[in-house]
Ligand binder design. Sequence first.
Ligand SMILES: [Zn+2]
Length: 90
Amino acid sequence: MNDKSAYIGRKPCGCVMGVVTDLGNRFTAETVASFIKDGLVVNHISWDKYREVAREPTFMECSHGQLPLALEGVDIPPALEEIAAEEENE
Ligand SMILES: [Zn+2]
């Protein structure tokens, strides 16, 4: 079990281009606000759901020419490495 959660922000094209771990603090709120300001549609998701989203082929790599947003200083969940490690154990 993992009770962590995350906020993701999707571009209008559908690609997830913003992600931040939900730390329940001001930093999280400000990051989410910046996603919204940048035009992303924000969703609050469980860690399990986040693991699914992180497998999407366009995760943080928009194929529509959009650049990632608000990544600097953002606490990006270590999902990709974490998922890879977990899958090796399965
Ligand atoms: Zn895209």
